[in-house]
Ligand binder design. Structure first.
Ligand code: ZN
Length: 198
């Protein structure tokens, strides 16, 4: 499928002109990664389906890959402020949902819609080695397809997922002398065996 550069220039994602968004992706992610660019169209689609009354929403990414960066670039939700959570289910999908009611919109990459977008299909399913794929052609097809390769559905988050973890105070760990949530037990999780360091 051919890309019409004029059509691409006119596009915007969450009110951000597409070229500006791609530049932000390059700065933040290190490269114009196809997954983050496609993720931008997915965030935009979710936004457009959110009820107008829902102003305070949280975000959920169902994969660690690419989508968290698209969400952080286009919404107020970041990992650090706690409004974005990553649940690594391995699905290329995200949700924006009301942080109180849990009602929201889930957007996912729909494999059934990829047959007319073979570059995206080849990239997504890794049907060819990366070096055999033309990145510019792939990005062009992503801009052409935009949200056409996505499915969208209403969702309601489970109450347990919405509940905030209350840490109930901190104490000093007898092992490392650093502070940790008292609810974690007699020592911090690192000293209890979960340290990633040798
Ligand atoms: Zn410790």
């Amino acid at each position: 499928m051919q890309t019409d550069p004029l059509q691409v220039r006119k596009k915007s994602i969450c009110s951000v002109p597409i070229q500006d968004f791609v530049r932000r992706v390059e700065d933040f992610h290190g490269a114009a990664a196809p997954g983050v660019v496609l993720g931008g169209y997915m965030v935009d689609l979710a936004y457009r389906h959110l009820p107008a009354t829902s102003s305070l929403f949280d975000a959920l990414s169902e994969t660690r890959t690419c989508l968290p960066d698209a969400i952080q670039l286009l919404t107020p939700c970041t990992i650090g402020n706690g409004w974005l959570r990553v649940l690594d289910l391995g699905r290329f999908a995200l949700s924006l949902y009301d942080k109180y009611s849990g009602d929201g919109i889930r957007v996912f990459l729909d494999p059934a819609k990829l047959d007319t977008f073979m570059k995206i299909k080849t990239w997504f399913f890794k049907l060819r080695p990366k070096q055999e794929q033309d990145l510019d052609v792939l990005l062009g097809e992503i801009h052409t397809a935009a949200s056409q390769v996505c499915g969208v559905m209403p969702v309601r988050l489970k109450p347990g997922f919405l509940a905030r973890r209350h840490r109930g105070g901190f104490r000093i760990c007898p092992g490392c002398r650093e502070s940790y949530p008292a609810a974690d037990g007699d020592s911090c999780l690192a000293c209890s065996g979960e340290t990633p360091y040798r």
